[in-house]
Write a protein that binds this ligand. Sequence first.
Ligand SMILES: O=c1ccn([C@H]2C[C@H](O)[C@@H](COP(=O)(O)OP(=O)(O)OP(=O)(O)O)O2)c(=O)[nH]1
Length: 193
Amino acid sequence: MLKNDKWIIEQAKQGMISPFESSLVRQVEDRRVISYGLSSYGYDLRLAPTDFRIFRHIPGTIVNPKRFNPENLESATLRTDEDGSFFIIPANSYALGVSLERLRIPANITVICIGKSTMARCGIIANITPAEASWEGFLTLEFSNASSADCRIYANEGVLQLLFLEGEPCQTTYAERLGKYQNQPQTVTIAKV
Ligand SMILES: O=c1ccn([C@H]2C[C@H](O)[C@@H](COP(=O)(O)OP(=O)(O)OP(=O)(O)O)O2)c(=O)[nH]1
């Protein structure tokens, strides 16, 4: 079953999402923001200002998920103006960021990470991925800019939404099988095998 706002509040009190906003935030002081916080059946996460990296091609090489070369990722600069702090995701490129919130997923829950409509309308696709039962840490976030125009992606503002699905208790959680992405820090975690 898809979990509702009341359930998310109860779980957040026990540390599922930190920091936690118990309503949808649309404005901070006198500035409009890309919304984040609690929605009816989900939670909108913020992008951390700490780490955002853009894929680049290294001539003569091919990306190998079994031996990922960190040089394929170039750190982007955080810029700030009257609209907020942001990174630029170039046209037709792929980028990795990290969530501002730390998550602790309950043992009978799978979380689906999907895009926000506002960003989707600007050509930004958040790669749809699960966060598994009993996983914890800061999510590494994956975006493509499918449009032919460069786009801002705001730090400290909404960038992704989470849907919480409850299942029958499983035999082995991600934590119990010692999943390799357990306890990710608030920096981009590159592909591992
Ligand atoms: O966008 C995402 C999605 C998931 N995760 C975290 C939470 C999730 O529980 C964990 C493992 O992800 P997944 O199971 O998709 O990775 P895998 O390639 O299947 O790894 P493994 O072989 O360890 O299961 O990574 C992220 O950091 N970012």
